[in-house]
Design a protein around this ligand. Sequence first.
Ligand code: PLP
Length: 363
Amino acid sequence: MALDTALADRWRAVRPPVAGVHVDSAACSRQSLAAIDAAARHARHEAEVGGYVAAEAAAPVLDAGRAAVRVLTGMADAEVVFTTGSNNALDILLGDWRGERTLACLPGEFGPNLLAMAQHDFEVRLLPVDGSGRADIDAAAVALERNPPSLVHFTMLGSHSGIVQPAHDMAAVCRASGVPLIVDAAQGFAHLDCAGIGADALYSSSRKWTAGPRGVGMLAAGTGVLSESAMLRLGHAETNIGLHVGLSVALGEHIGVGPTEMQAGLREVGAATRTVLDQVAGWSVIEDVAEPSAITTLRPPDGVDPMEVRARLIAEHSIVTTYLGLERAPREMTRPALRVSPHVDVTDADLETLAEALAAVTS
Ligand SMILES: *Cc1c(COP(=O)(O)O)cnc(C)c1O
């Protein structure tokens, strides 16, 4: 299968050269030179004119970043706040929740999200799913109708699998039953279509598919979702403005390439990755080849430890992948796995190199 080389070339040309093979965008993508430089220039400007004066000068860039989030989420009237990441956004939303503390989420919910829900005293109910962990929308509609929770927290793409959850359908069900919907788009944003979901709140991380800097993220909240006092506190909180500038540049670059082009490129990447890696040295791909995401999850052969394989791929082959322990999705995962998540710059040759290296470190 031939990948879209024009998109790959464009993506690669604006980044530092990669040392080895980087197929780890679900953990942390490679930033562009422009995003890196913008954040560094802002830090320099702070030293020149003072941090608060530099912040005023950066305001239009940050406004453009927030506008990009509104476009990409289709939440035209949303309050957009920069956070320190997805977990921070969930913490803000749940901490500020003024309704009853009951929520429904998928069995494949991200482990740290489950911890945040417990910490904020939410009673957690599980949404019905099929055998692959994908939401069963008809059954979910019945469950919400019978015993509506105070909110649905929906992780549209998990950290432990490339299976795309039907966020748009779930949003329609939530609307019909009057249950507010929060979407975890840590893996979905700048990867899958988020624009038509119509969530009450949606949040993501900068460093994943958006390819912005680490340590920041974004939260889009519909009118009235966050209390006035929460908004006031967020407005006064100390933040790393340079990194928000870098993130805003990355968001602009994403829109510049085109969200639909990126989504199509990433779907192709997922299909190509699964085609090359399935059954290499006894590893099996969990997703269907055509699952519309760029995340590939590999189940190890018996007796092979994916944590050790991940370490050896880095040390011996300069190939970066992710180890997936059960804590990623403690209510769904039964065995550890290896995640391969290339961005649009991956080549067929990279995937062949990975397949050979995987075979070499497995035997
Ligand atoms: C990475 C991730 C998070 C947490 O994001 P942080 O920015 O590290 O807080 C939440 N949910 C999912 C599905 C993730 O993949």
